[in-house]
Design a protein around this ligand. Structure first.
Ligand SMILES: Nc1ncnc2c1ncn2[C@@H]1O[C@H](COP(=O)(O)OP(=O)(O)OP(=O)(O)O)[C@@H](O)[C@H]1O
Length: 721
């Protein structure tokens, strides 16, 4: 497919499209004024008092009942306009709360609440009210599947067949919308759902005032299904759960609160004090994300007595039982290992068992431990909650086997599974269902119903930021385009535009780009120390140090691969640059979602593209258009992808998508280029001509000797530029 051509003077397409095309074909020139407009309202411009993404007007609006809710309005009032830009400190910590917003008034608090929540609860919302509230926040809850008992009486073949058909039809019926009670305010966590006082206090201390959509929809179902789904038969005993909600929408708090609450409540009910037993395993795809979840978990579990521990190399967990010969642990070992768990040094092999109530791990690291003795697999019978964060990656080809093995090692019949991501294809949903059924079958138990919650548009979810496509003509135009994005008009201006996350597709390209732009920030503003690259070729400690510096605002431009694309929460990131076009819509969603966290507006995701990207660009263009539609940008003028461009881009075939997923950039015609250079087009053309002449001469010689040309053609990459 040829590159789109410039519209002629009489072209009927509208003028804005022409303007945009002029920008595109001029390649790398980004008008200062256009970028200034983008940077006029930045996510780092202060805390967003209300982190909710959607609050549509729906006929017969919801009841407003909780006073804790009102704290947000008050805050908004105090913080003033979010368009005032800070001079420094774009990674500002969350504001300290002035009052404990979530604490219910002391006289409302019953000491027994840990074991008998909901007693003083205000009357529940009616079905219609639930529908209104959920709709206004664009939350859809669906019962995906529920086990049906089959009768054991012998039946004729015909009768059996008819019954099977009925069951199939019923299964379809079962996939139906649910209207759970929404969490109207964090105050209800304690007053209605009975979460322990300390957990409630910790949430307030962290500055959480208004639940986000995913919290509003998921917490009641996960904390107290019998209250949230009181009209639904068979769901009161708890459900397995899928949650699909936008990036930065607070999924971590949802699953951490659920895990901490379940452990504390069970121990309070069984009067177990001072014990540590592994009850929850949280699996995440990268070590950086594991560290982040541990850190968030420890904040929410503070002073509750629970230990949230990250799995380290060589670490042994305290409650395991081997499938073959059992291996016990004594308490002295456990004391010792606690100290070791504090250490960051993973090189030291530590075979002592660590006391953990909640373990956070990558699938590979946990599985290595579970299978460390050849011929036997350790089991985790005490684990009652398995949480898969970024579940679509964990259940995709790369990690599927390890994740499933970890899942199957959780043998407790009461296990609850929950899967969380901003993107989840139906193949993943099917896989989850299959795993739930096969595990239940192998343990001879009845599987729990599966409920799915979706916030906004499934798989097209970055509505609160600006998107921009910049055509750079050739590869050589990209470094220049990138510089234009962060080039300041003054020294202080750096602080307004940056920090940026820049994504390349391969480690080699991340390193090459780092080398290319290393000296672009003047010494007076910090020089090369402001730019770093983060990728899997670095040691764990180097990776951790870079993340720490980026969080602290010492690094302003972080060049990285998709290692950072999932889950990491850098609060002040102003811009995400796709230096290489993402090869799937999920990759775009997750990369772009590193800015605009917790509903903050003003972030921008810029995708640089060349003519070589045309065959794959439509995937990204479609996500951008869907995100803009979610945000209510209806007109073509407001869109980063004008209609004429969208119409001209070729659809990406399923086969091509598969190939890209497997081989990424390397599966593309220009895929072997990892080099990043600003050598001029003219010089490269000369070099290409020279190479072309040599190739042609070789071909002539081969043909002269009677050989075929076709073997060469497969290798032929053409003149890229
Ligand atoms: N109710 C809330 N009010 C204000 N901020 C919140 C709230 N809940 C979560 N946050 C903040 O929102 C940010 C993003 O949360 P989190 O990392 O859990 O997002 P996520 O949904 O897991 O995103 P991703 O899909 O990118 O992993 C965090 O800084 C978190 O502290």
């Amino acid at each position: 497919m040829p590159a789109p051509t410039t519209p002629g003077p009489n072209d009927p397409r509208n003028s804005s499209a022409r303007d945009l095309f002029r920008i595109l074909t001029r390649g790398t020139k980004v008008k200062a004024s256009a970028f200034d407009r983008l940077s006029a309202k930045l996510p780092s411009a202060g805390a967003k008092p209300n982190p909710q993404l959607f609050h549509d007007d729906v006929r017969g609006q919801k009841r407003k009942r909780q006073s804790a809710h009102d704290g947000a309005d008050e805050m908004e009032h105090k913080e003033g306009s979010s368009s005032e830009l800070p001079v420094v400190d774009f990674f500002a910590p969350k504001p300290e709360p002035e009052h404990s917003a979530n604490d219910a008034p002391e006289e409302d608090v019953d000491e027994d609440r840990e074991t008998s929540p909901g007693r003083d609860a205000v009357p529940p919302l009616t079905k219609e009210e639930c529908r209104q509230v959920l709709k206004s926040h664009r939350i859809k809850v669906t019962l995906m599947w529920k086990h049906e008992e089959r009768s054991r009486v012998k039946k004729s073949k015909k009768k059996k067949k008819r019954e099977e058909e009925q069951i199939e039809a019923k299964k379809e019926d079962q996939k139906r919308p649910l209207l759970p009670q929404p969490l109207e305010s964090f105050g209800q966590l304690r007053s209605v759902y009975g979460v322990p006082r300390q957990l409630d206090t910790n949430l307030a201390k962290e500055g959480y005032r208004e639940p986000t959509e995913v919290q509003l929809g998921s917490l009641p179902i996960l904390l107290r299904p019998e209250l949230a789904l009181r009209d639904e038969d068979g769901l009161e005993g708890g459900v397995d759960f899928l949650a699909v909600a936008p990036t930065g929408s607070g999924k971590t708090v949802s699953f951490l609160v659920t895990a901490i609450n379940a452990i504390l409540r069970r121990r309070a009910q069984e009067r177990l004090h001072g014990v540590h037993e592994l009850e929850a395993v949280i699996v995440a795809p990268t070590r950086e994300l594991v560290h982040q979840i541990v850190s968030e978990g420890n904040k929410l579990a503070k002073d509750t007595g629970l230990k949230v521990v990250g799995m380290k190399k060589g670490m042994s967990i305290s409650t395991e039982q081997e499938a073959a010969d059992g291996g016990g642990n004594n308490s002295d070992d456990q004391e010792q290992s606690d100290l070791d768990a504090e250490s960051e040094d993973e090189g030291e092999s530590n075979k002592m068992a660590v006391k953990a109530d909640i373990l956070v791990t990558t699938p590979v690291r946990l599985l290595k431990f579970l299978t460390s003795i050849p011929g036997s697999t350790k089991l985790m019978p005490s684990v009652r909650q398995l949480i898969l964060d970024e579940a679509d990656v964990l259940l995709d080809a790369l990690f599927r086997e390890q994740t499933t093995d970890v899942w199957m090692a959780c043998t407790n019949p009461a296990l609850r599974v929950s899967c969380w991501s901003a993107t989840m294809g139906s193949n993943i949903e099917t896989l989850v269902t299959d795993n739930l059924k096969s595990r239940a079958e192998s343990l001879a138990i009845t599987p729990k119903p599966l409920v799915r919650l979706v916030v906004g548009l499934k798989d097209a979810a970055v509505p609160n930021i600006a998107h921009k496509l910049i055509f750079t003509g050739t590869e050589q135009g990209k470094p220049y385009a990138l510089r234009q994005l962060f080039r300041p008009t003054s020294k202080d201006d750096f602080r307004i535009r940056l920090p940026f996350l820049v994504f390349t597709e391969t480690v080699e390209r991340a390193m090459a780009l780092h080398k290319e732009i290393k000296y672009d920030i003047p010494a007076s503003a910090g020089g090369p120390s402001r730019i770093a690259s983060l990728h899997s070729n670095l040691s764990d400690s180097a990776r951790a140090a870079i993340v720490r510096k980026f969080r602290a605002g010492e690094i302003w431009l972080l060049i990285t691969t998709d290692i950072v694309a999932r889950g990491l929460d850098f609060r002040g990131v102003n811009g995400v640059v796709n230096y290489d076009v993402p090869t799937s819509s999920a990759a775009y969603v997750h990369r772009a979602g590193r800015t605009g966290r917790a509903g903050r507006e003003g972030g921008v995701a810029v995708t640089l593209w060349t003519q070589d990207d045309i065959p794959i660009l439509k995937t990204v263009a479609n996500v951008i258009v869907a995100s803009e539609r979610q945000a209510g940008k209806a007109s073509d003028e407001e869109s980063a992808v004008p209609k004429w461009l969208l119409d001209r881009l070729p659809d990406v075939s399923k086969a091509e998508k598969k190939k890209l997923k497997r081989g990424g950039r390397r599966s593309r015609p220009d895929g072997k280029k990892d080099k990043i250079t600003t050598t001029s087009g003219f010089e490269r053309q000369k070099e290409n001509n020279r190479r072309g002449a040599i190739e042609a001469s070789k071909r002539r010689k081969t043909m002269h000797r009677g050989g075929s040309e076709s073997g060469d053609k497969e290798e032929w990459n053409g003149f890229g530029d």
